[in-house]
Structures are given as structure tokens and as C-alpha cells.
Design a protein around this ligand. Structure first.
Ligand SMILES: C[S@@+](CC[C@H](N)C(=O)[O-])C[C@H]1O[C@@H](n2cnc3c(N)ncnc32)[C@H](O)[C@@H]1O
Length: 245
């Protein structure tokens, strides 16, 4: 099991099973911080009223769509995920809240059919932890491939803070309290415990930042609320940067 937790089939099954409770739990898990973080991780993007193309990778149920549309009101939004369970809610959300204007794609990002040099912006919230280093390299190369020259990207993930007290409290909350809430309220304790195990292994976005930089993307590390979430953002620069894997 330990070696298989990064297998796409395993991850897909996990999110399919969690899909009925994910949105409510997501809100509880971060004391509402996730809403703030979803807004903050888009702050590095240049504001524009142009009809830009944006893709939200690992979109889940479309939790980032409101923040994205606030920042880039005229953007055409594409959303990608491989979990049928999560996408059932995303499609419903596109229909009822977004006038059916979000293009929802069911694809594995590691083996996708997205066009090259097409997107002005790539976003991804809380999806990094279920990738191992090799998969992160593929993710970085795919991000580079699908972005236009000068296109921007931003990724964020729940992380282990450096401060010992915060690390203990946050670890207790995510590792113990959430699975109990998962059982009491929602019936998926094992799945929510698993999310914490991914975060334990992921630690923070520093390695992923290096991987994106080494893929030839100009990348900057970012930290949110004392490292309780971390991420990175950057640009596909005009100059040809070499791979450094
Ligand atoms: C923790 S959820 C995050 C959902 C949403 N972005 C949010 O902000 O809450 C991670 C999502 O990534 C999706 N996912 C994981 N690996 C994937 C892959 N290789 N291809 C496509 N989707 C993937 C899962 O199905 C899940 O919906």
C-alpha cells in the first residue's frame, strides 16, 4: 500500500470516495482559511479584463472558480480532474452557478490531451501532495508545455509549518481531529487520515518549487499563514531555459 499511494488509480479512488463530503470538510479543515488562500494564491497574477485562457488543474469540485472569476472576470475557464465523483459536482456547479461557461475535462494531468502553448494562466490548489517527485517532474513539464510564452502559473498546497508549536497543533488537528470529524459527520475517516499522511510526506512546496525551476520555468516559492500552506508561482519566460533534471 505504502508504495502505491501515488498510483493514479489509488488517488482517483480516494477522491471518488470522498466526493460526497469533500466540500464541507474542506471548509472545516482549514477553519475557512482555504477560501482566503484560494484568493491569495492568485494575487501574483496580472489583473486583466481580456478574454484570457485559464486552466485549473486538479479542480476537484471547482473550489477555486469563484476566486479565479473575481480576479479575471472575462477569462475562459477550463477545469481538469480525473475523479468522476468530484467532477459530478463540478459539472453541476458549472451549470447552476457559472452559466455552463466552465469547460470541465475528465483527464489525468500526467497523460493529458491538452493543447500546447495555449493557456495564459495555469492554477492548481491543494493537488500537489498526491504526486511523488517523478510525477511532479511530469506535472512541471506539462505546465510548461500548455502555457503560452509569458504565461503565468500558481500552485498552493497544505503544508507542515516550521514553527514547532504550530506544527504540533496543526498536525493534531489535521491528523486526529479531522478523521474523527470525518467519521462523526461524514463517514470517511480513513480517507481523511490518508490526506494527512500525504501532507506528512509532502512537507512543503520547496522541492516542487525546485522541480518547476529545473523544468525551465521561472519559479518563486511562497508561504501562507506561517507555512500552514505553501506554494509557488512564476512565468514561462521568453528566453529558452534548459531542463535540469
Ligand atoms: C485535494 S483535491 C483539490 C481540489 C480543489 N482544487 C480544491 O482546491 O479543493 C485534489 C484533486 O486532484 C485530483 N487529482 C489528483 N491527481 C490527479 C491527476 N493525476 N490528474 C487529474 N486529477 C488529479 C483529485 O481527483 C482531486 O479532485
Amino acid at each position: 500500500m505504502e508504495n502505491n499511494i501515488y498510483s493514479p488509480d489509488y488517488v482517483k479512488g480516494l477522491f471518488d470516495r470522498m466526493s460526497s463530503s469533500y466540500e464541507r470538510m474542506n471548509f472545516i479543515t482549514s477553519f475557512g482559511f482555504s477560501i482566503r488562500w484560494r484568493r491569495q494564491f492568485l494575487e501574483t497574477f496580472k489583473q486583466t479584463n481580456h478574454k484570457v485562457e485559464i486552466i485549473d488543474l486538479l479542480t476537484g469540485m471547482g473550489e477555486t472558480w469563484y476566486a479565479t472569476k473575481n480576479k479575471l472576470p472575462n477569462a475562459h475557464l477550463t477545469a481538469l480532474d480525473f475523479s468522476e465523483g468530484m467532477l459530478k459536482y463540478a459539472k453541476q456547479k458549472s451549470k447552476t452557478k457559472f452559466n455552463n461557461e466552465v469547460t470541465v475535462l475528465q483527464q489525468d494531468i500526467l497523460k493529458n490531451e491538452l493543447p500546447s502553448n495555449h493557456y495564459d494562466f495555469v492554477t492548481c490548489a491543494f493537488g500537489l501532495k498526491t504526486f511523488n517527485a517523478t510525477q511532479l517532474q511530469t506535472l512541471a513539464l506539462e505546465t510548461k508545455r500548455i502555457l503560452k510564452q509569458g504565461g503565468q502559473f500558481s500552485f498552493i498546497e497544505v503544508s507542515k509549518p516550521n514553527n514547532q508549536l504550530l506544527k504540533t497543533l496543526y498536525g493534531f488537528y489535521l491528523g486526529k481531529v479531522i478523521p474523527i470529524l470525518g467519521r462523526l459527520l461524514l463517514g470517511n475517516p480513513a480517507e481523511y487520515k490518508m490526506l494527512w499522511q500525504y501532507t506528512e510526506k509532502f512537507t512543503d512546496a520547496k522541492i516542487a518549487t525546485e522541480i518547476f525551476e529545473n523544468a525551465g520555468l521561472s519559479t518563486n516559492f511562497n508561504s501562507y499563514f506561517y507555512g500552514c500552506a505553501t506554494g509557488f508561482y512564476g512565468t514561462k519566460t521568453e528566453e529558452q531555459r534548459n531542463l535540469n533534471f
